[in-house]
Design a protein around this ligand. Structure first.
Ligand SMILES: [Zn+2]
Length: 310
């Protein structure tokens, strides 16, 4: 139990550092996205599970079965048959678990309110986009070159007439491919998960760093897919011409983040290189590493249940 608590605390405090270190060494963005998301969700689940285990006075239960274990522990706490220090630990654990659940609920409710605020505009765009074929953008009037995707069902790509007018056809195709990659990869949902966890538990350094890292990595991952289908030069041209695109409260635009870094990365790396073959084994290895903490917590919880039922 102590070892799992120490590892859990270390992941929460320092888990972001190895991921940032790997990002500086240009590890594939898909592998890093898997690391950030699995580690963040795993940390929150493990923390709740560990706090729950701390609240259980495990050496007090005499009965069998999970429900009787919980009932026995509850009776032990409420009847005061536990030593005072154990009652204090159980009480603090219950308060901490309730506080985390309440904060998660508040963060989700705030996210839902934000989605509802923009829902009329987004629904209007979705209705208009239904006239376009799947994967094709909804072209809107506007002199400025602009493209963005909005997640959900169905996902929508919005592009301005200025995009077609100002960029060469290959760069337009690369821009649209970048936005399609956001929709295919469910990038909007990944960013939402990272932002919601950070809003709920902002004092955790790992969760606090996750939204910015996720937003950057989804851009790099979408660039890679666009470069693979349309060539890195076309993506570079699109980024050059669209730098400074405004950030909207919804949707992922083509060129609002890290444009200089993305252009230099496209110049120096070949998206068709063999390293792409390592993406899925790398992602699987990253997920396995990130799942060690939740797996250890589940193992510990399983032991408690087994102890109760045997
Ligand atoms: Zn993008």
């Amino acid at each position: 139990m102590l070892a799992v608590l120490v590892v859990g605390s270390a992941v929460g405090l320092y888990g972001h550092r190895p991921l940032l270190w790997l990002a500086e060494r240009r590890v594939d963005p898909t592998i890093l996205l898997v690391g950030w998301l699995v580690l963040s969700i795993g940390l929150v689940v493990s923390t709740l599970a560990m706090i729950g285990l701390l609240a259980l006075p495990m050496d007090q239960h005499q009965s069998s079965g999970l429900f009787q274990l919980v009932g026995g522990c509850w009776t032990a706490v409420t009847k005061g048959t536990l030593p005072a220090w154990q009652q204090t630990v159980a009480g603090i654990s219950l308060i901490m678990a309730a506080a985390i659940v309440v904060r998660l609920g508040k963060a989700v409710a705030s996210r839902v309110r934000s989605v509802r605020r923009h829902a009329p505009h987004v629904e209007q765009l979705r209705l208009l986009a239904m006239s376009s074929s799947a994967g094709e953008p909804l072209w809107v009037p506007g002199r400025r070159a602009m493209a963005l995707s909005i997640g959900g069902r169905p996902g929508v790509i919005i592009a301005s007439d200025g995009l077609r007018a100002q960029l060469p056809p290959a760069a337009v195709a690369a821009t649209l491919e970048h936005e399609r990659a956001h929709l295919r990869g469910h990038h909007h949902a990944l960013v939402t998960v990272a932002e919601t966890l950070a809003a709920a538990l902002p004092w955790c350094p790992l969760l606090r760093a996750a939204p910015a890292a996720t937003r950057d990595l989804v851009e790099l991952a979408a660039d890679d897919q666009a470069a693979r289908r349309c060539g890195p030069e076309a993506v570079q041209v699109a980024l050059h011409r669209m730098t400074g695109q405004p950030v909207l409260p919804f949707g992922l635009p083509m060129a609002s983040l890290l444009t200089e870094l993305r252009i230099s990365r496209l110049r120096t790396s070949d998206p068709r290189a063999a390293r792409r073959l390592l993406r899925w084994p790398g992602a699987a290895a990253m997920a396995t590493g990130a799942l060690l903490l939740p797996a250890a917590t589940m193992w510990l919880g399983g032991n408690v249940v087994l102890c109760a039922v045997t």
